[in-house]
Ligand binder design. Structure first.
Ligand SMILES: CC(C)(COP(=O)(O)OP(=O)(O)OC[C@H]1O[C@@H](n2cnc3c(N)ncnc32)[C@H](O)[C@@H]1OP(=O)(O)O)[C@@H](O)C(=O)NCCC(=O)NCCS
Length: 166
């Protein structure tokens, strides 16, 4: 892998960058990335349930490589972000901001007024991303996530108002 002077992966000029809805055919690749990125990754079943529920599941690819993906659920005028992941070799290059921007635009064009999410309180990278993107902390859910063998972790609940004029 080669990097340019800004530390971003140097991609060939002719490589395509494309959004693609996630399907069951993508699950092996996506579950493998989830496993690399989380202490408690989503299983194949979790992704299948999300598809069955009709949730938005978008992937982003560079050529044949998966950059990342997000899964979100719309309920009336609210959209809940359920999963956002950037593959390790693409992290710290601005791709998560790109995924968040895509989710925000999709939500606005689907009459949503608010984005919601939960994040582990120990996940400093994600908290920084969300704060920088415009989310505010609105509460805590104690013991929300599985953690160690007999322990649970608090979730930070965050919300962002969407600009309905866009
Ligand atoms: C959190 C995650 C999605 C960020 O993806 P990314 O593509 O690396 O993020 P970006 O390069 O777009 O960075 C956007 C901002 O996020 C924050 N950020 C991202 N990685 C960071 C790191 N390692 N340390 C500190 N801040 C970080 C910064 O504010 C950054 O802005 P900056 O580069 O101007 O400082 C990625 O690290 C990931 O997939 N982690 C594992 C899965 C996960 O935790 N998902 C969130 C679940 S709630």
């Amino acid at each position: 892998m080669t990097f340019n002077s800004q530390g971003k992966q140097a991609l060939p000029h002719d490589v395509s960058v494309q959004w693609t809805p996630l399907t069951e055919l993508d699950l092996d690749a996506v579950v493998a990335i989830d496993k690399q990125c989380y202490s408690h990754p989503w299983s194949v079943g979790n992704f299948k349930d999300a598809f069955k529920a009709g949730n938005l599941a978008q992937g982003l690819k560079v050529g044949e490589q998966w950059v990342g993906y997000y899964v979100a659920m719309q309920v009336l005028d609210e959209v809940h972000l359920l999963n956002i992941t950037v593959a390790p070799s693409f992290q710290r290059q601005g791709w998560a901001r790109c995924l968040m921007q895509s989710l925000s635009l999709w939500s606005q064009t689907h009459q949503a007024t608010t984005l919601w999410l939960e994040v582990r309180e120990s996940n400093a990278r994600a908290l920084k991303l969300y704060h920088a993107f415009g989310f505010e902390q609105v509460g805590l859910r104690k013991d929300y996530y599985p953690s160690g063998r007999n322990s649970r972790e608090t979730a930070v609940v965050m919300r962002m108002a969407l600009n309905s004029t866009q």
